[in-house]
Design a protein around this ligand. Structure first.
Ligand SMILES: *[C@@H]1O[C@H](CO)[C@@H](O)[C@H](O)[C@H]1NC(C)=O
Length: 393
C-alpha cells in the first residue's frame, strides 16, 4: 500500500480534459471529494488498482446517495479500507447497497477490447453499408446547393475518426462541384485516428483539391478555441457522424456548429434512431448503462426534440441498419461477450454485471422492440437517422 502512504495524491482525469474527481490521501485519512455534477462518474481509476477502484466506486455511489456530500474515512491498509467501505454500505438501505454492488466499468477504459468489439460490431452489422447507401443516394442532393458558387468550400469534419466516411463524402462533393477546392478542418481528439486518417490519405489518389487542417481537439475544445480567437470563418458543410454521444451538451454543440454555417451551408448529423434497438435499450437501462461522463446515450429523437423546442427546422432521413447479435445468446461465446460489451458499453458485461441486470438486458435485446428473430438468428435494429440543418435565419 505504498501509494496510500504518500502524503497527498491527486489524480485528475486527463484523457477527457475534464476534472472528474480528486482523491487525496493524507496520512491515515482518505478524503474523497467529487464535484456535484461529476458524482455519477463511475470510471475513476484510482492508482489503477482494482481493489481501490472498487472502493472509489463505492464511495462515488455513496456520495451520490448522501446527496453528494463530502465523505471521509480512516484508512490504514487496503483491507481496512475495504472493510470500512463495507460498513458504510451496511448502514445504507438495501436498495443503495444493491446499486453499489455493481462496479461496472466502461468499455472505453480498455482500448484494446473496445477496438476488438467495435471491429466485431462492424463485421456483424450493416453500419457502414447504410452510411454508404446514404452518401451515394441522398447526400448528393443535399450537397448540390452548398457553396453558393464559391471557388473554395469550407468543410468541418467533427469527430472524423479515421476518415473513410469523410473521403466517401468528398467524392460526392467533388462530383457535384468539380472545379472547387476544399479547405477541410478535421476535428478529432484521438491522435491514433488522425494518424489512421493520414495513412488513408497517403493511399488515396486525386485529393490535391483538398487542403487538410488537423485539429487534435474535442468539439468542446474546438468551440472554446474558436470563441477565444474570435474566429469568423464560415462553413459550407459540417458533418458530425456518430459523435454527439461524446459531448457534454449535444443540443448546445449542434447550436454552435449550426451558427458557423455560411449561406446555403449544411450541417449533417448522424446518430442512432430513437426507434432503433439502441433507443429502446437506453430508455430502459439508462441509469444502469449510461455513463454520462463518457457517453450520453443520445438518439436522434433527443436531438429532434431539442431542435423542435427551439423552432429549428431540419430534414430527416432513415438509414435502416441491422446487427446480428445471435452470439450474445450462446453461453460462453467469446464473440457474444464482445458484442454484449459493445451493446452495453460495459467492460466484461457478462462477468461483471449483476445477474439481474444481465438477465434483463439479454431479455430486452431479443424482444420485438429491439430485435427480430429469423432463421434462428437474432437481428438487432441498428437503424440510424440523418438530420440535415440549414443555416439559422
Ligand atoms: C427499426 O427501426 C426503424 C426506426 O428506427 C423502424 O422504422 C424499423 O421498422 C425497425 N425495423 C424493424 C425490423 O423493426
Amino acid at each position: 500500500m505504498r501509494d496510500l502512504n504518500t502524503d497527498t495524491f491527486a489524480e485528475q482525469q486527463q484523457q477527457r480534459a475534464r476534472t472528474t474527481c480528486i482523491f487525496s490521501f493524507t496520512g491515515g485519512i482518505a478524503l474523497l471529494w467529487i464535484a456535484p455534477r461529476y458524482s455519477d462518474m463511475v470510471q475513476c481509476r484510482i492508482l489503477n488498482r482494482k481493489s481501490l477502484y472498487r472502493i472509489g466506486k463505492v464511495f462515488i455511489r455513496k456520495t451520490a446517495f448522501l446527496q453528494r456530500s463530502l465523505l471521509s474515512a480512516s484508512i490504514v491498509s487496503t483491507n481496512l479500507y475495504v472493510s470500512s467501505a463495507n460498513r458504510i454500505i451496511d448502514h445504507s438501505s438495501r436498495r443503495a447497497a444493491a446499486d453499489m454492488a455493481s462496479p461496472l466499468r466502461s468499455l472505453v477504459e480498455d482500448d484494446e477490447r473496445y477496438l476488438k468489439s467495435f471491429q466485431l460490431f462492424l463485421e456483424r452489422s450493416s453500419e457502414h453499408q447504410c452510411m454508404h447507401d446514404f452518401i451515394q443516394g441522398i447526400l448528393p442532393g443535399e450537397l448540390a446547393s452548398v457553396g453558393d458558387g464559391k471557388a473554395e468550400l469550407n468543410v468541418f469534419g467533427v469527430g472524423s475518426g479515421s476518415g473513410d466516411i469523410d473521403l466517401e463524402m468528398f467524392s460526392q462533393l467533388r462530383q457535384k462541384h468539380p472545379s472547387v477546392t476544399v479547405d477541410n478542418q478535421v476535428i478529432e481528439p484521438s491522435s491514433q485516428q488522425i494518424h489512421n486518417y493520414k495513412v488513408l490519405l497517403s493511399k488515396t489518389p486525386d485529393l490535391d483539391y483538398i487542403k487538410f487542417t488537423w485539429n487534435k481537439n474535442t468539439a468542446a475544445e474546438f468551440e472554446q478555441h474558436w470563441k477565444e480567437n474570435k474566429m469568423s470563418k464560415k462553413a459550407d458543410f459540417i458533418h458530425m457522424i456518430q459523435m454527439l454521444y461524446y459531448v457534454k451538451d449535444p443540443d448546445a454543440t449542434v447550436r454552435f456548429f449550426q451558427s458557423l454555417l455560411d449561406k446555403n451551408g449544411k450541417l449533417l448529423i448522424i446518430l442512432v434512431s430513437g426507434r432503433s434497438g439502441w433507443g429502446k435499450l437506453w430508455r430502459k437501462y439508462r441509469r444502469q448503462l449510461c455513463n454520462t461522463e463518457i457517453s450520453q446515450c443520445v438518439t436522434t429523437r433527443d436531438i429532434k426534440s431539442g431542435l423542435e423546442s427551439q423552432g429549428v427546422a431540419y430534414r430527416s432521413y432513415a438509414l435502416p441498419s441491422h446487427l446480428d447479435i445471435s452470439e450474445c445468446f450462446v453461453e460462453g461465446s467469446e464473440k457474444g461477450e464482445l458484442l454484449l460489451d459493445f451493446l452495453t458499453e460495459v467492460l466484461d458485461f457478462s462477468r461483471t454485471a449483476p445477474a439481474e441486470l444481465k438477465a434483463g438486458v439479454l431479455e430486452m435485446l431479443r424482444q420485438p422492440d429491439c430485435s427480430v428473430e429469423t432463421d434462428g438468428k437474432v437481428i438487432f435494429n441498428n437503424s440510424l437517422e440523418a438530420l440535415v440543418l440549414d443555416p439559422l435565419p
